[in-house]
Design a protein around this ligand. Structure first.
Ligand code: SF4
Length: 101
């Protein structure tokens, strides 16, 4: 079972592009797509398909819209959003290494 860390904590994430996304864990792909890269995962495909810009939508519209619902619906399939499966189900988190210590 996927236990959404941000959802459980009633948190959301707004990136520097003004996009409302569920959490920081999926932001790397959102930023890469903002820089012109093609989607690489299911999150990316959903993010590309549905507008989640706060310049054009309300918070409520995005939270109740197809991007967030698509992510949640994926959790009960054999193909959940990869970051959700890895980060919040398997608890495998990216490690930050400070090379300038
Ligand atoms: S990776 Fe998925 S399950 Fe985890 S906090 Fe983000 S949206 Fe929720």
């Amino acid at each position: 079972m996927i236990e959404c860390k941000y959802g459980k904590q009633n948190r959301l994430f707004i990136n520097h592009l003004g996009e409302l996304i569920p959490c920081c864990y999926v932001n790397a792909e959102a930023i890469n797509m903002g820089a012109g890269q093609s989607p690489k995962t299911l999150f990316g495909s959903l993010n590309q398909k549905f507008n989640n810009s706060l310049y054009e939508n309300t918070i409520e519209d995005i939270i109740n819209g197809p991007l967030f619902n698509g992510i949640k619906e994926s959790w009960n399939t054999n193909n959940p959003v990869e970051k959700c499966n890895k980060t919040c189900k398997q608890k495998i988190r990216d490690k930050f290494e400070d090379r300038y210590q």
